[in-house]
Design a protein around this ligand. Sequence first.
Ligand code: ADP
Ligand code: MG
Length: 395
Amino acid sequence: MTTQDAAVRLFHDLIGHAPDGIWSAPGRVNLIGEHTDYNDGLVLPFAIPHRTYAAVGMRSDDRIRVASTFADAPVEVSLDELRSLFPTGAGAQPAVAEWAAYPLGVAWALQLADATAHGIEHGVDIAIASDVPVGAGLSSSAAIEGATASALNELWAVGLDRTALAGIGRRAENEAVGAPTGIMDQMASMLGEADAALFLDCRSLEAQTVGLGMAEAGLAILVIDTRVSHAHSTGGYRERRASCELGAQIMGVPALRDVSVDDLPRAQELMDDVTFRRVRHIVTENQRVLDTVQTLRESGARAIGDLLVASHVSMRDDFEISVAELDTAVQAALDVGALGARMTGGGFGGAAIALVEQHAAPTVTDAVTAAFTASGFTAPHIFPVTPSAGAARDA
Ligand code: ADP
Ligand code: MG
């Protein structure tokens, strides 16, 4: 059974008839540009083939019901209750099951954004199924937000464009779930295109697609899911954001986006070593995104390997968000000839990516698996990802 069929079946089991439509949105892999998003900086993600499907039907009453193959029981609230459910106060748990805060948060944010004269009067039933690995750094959260936002935007005739819907997803994640994430994941999920990456300026939200030409060049990208689960809303992620804010404050700029590589010597004089290294990662990472886009345009994907490796080293040594499993994956892939490799996503677990010759994919897979065994780590989950299209209506 396809994932899309699973969503329809869940809808049918729950509601007893067919949905009005099916919408889906993909997870994403970030090619380069890590932790730059919330510093108003530059990122270069692409959407992956793994998608979250939402089978959705309008109701005649004012109830909103969400169900997921991922959860034991559906969650139901009224449109009125939704208004008082969120935002969730800082550090507070949502008043609904955490997973339900993603789709309900999207419904809430759309309700607030709705500027149509007719208003939102009717509830909806939402059944969700997904093949995006959860908590692996592939943004199952943006996928569930994107699928739900696309569906409700259409059924409720709110009329927002894709960029605005990415903002709806972010608002849900920040204010309903309480995870302080940037806009990158939602933009990649909403705006991704086949065989292309999305060069996104997180300050202006200006987005350009950059062709990758993977198949033509005989290249593949492997995701190496370390199966070490991360938790965005806690600990290290918040700490890194605080360091970045402190660094920007010391430099007297609104965000680290405004610090250039040439400013780094002055930054080093002004701040403590840890804050400086956090700042140096962000500043050099923004430059690496620019360099990667230029290299892709001038020389193609084969030429970006060293930039990927430099990004990993910066995250490992300066930003200190890697873990032994991610370092092992990157090193083992490079040792057997991967053109480049880096951890991707927020860090502290999750996945790495490796840029490899198509024909070398099995060799790299075996080498990484063997290195994990030798280190006594849980076996990684390794699979190729083709840069794919963003959110869509499927039926
Ligand atoms: P990531 O986005 O890297 O996968 P997050 O912690 O940001 O990890 O988001 C994962 C959370 O999103 C899950 O714990 C769950 O609450 C929610 N989620 C993702 N996919 C689904 C789904 N198919 N059904 C229900 N909830 C989901
Ligand atoms: Mg996420």
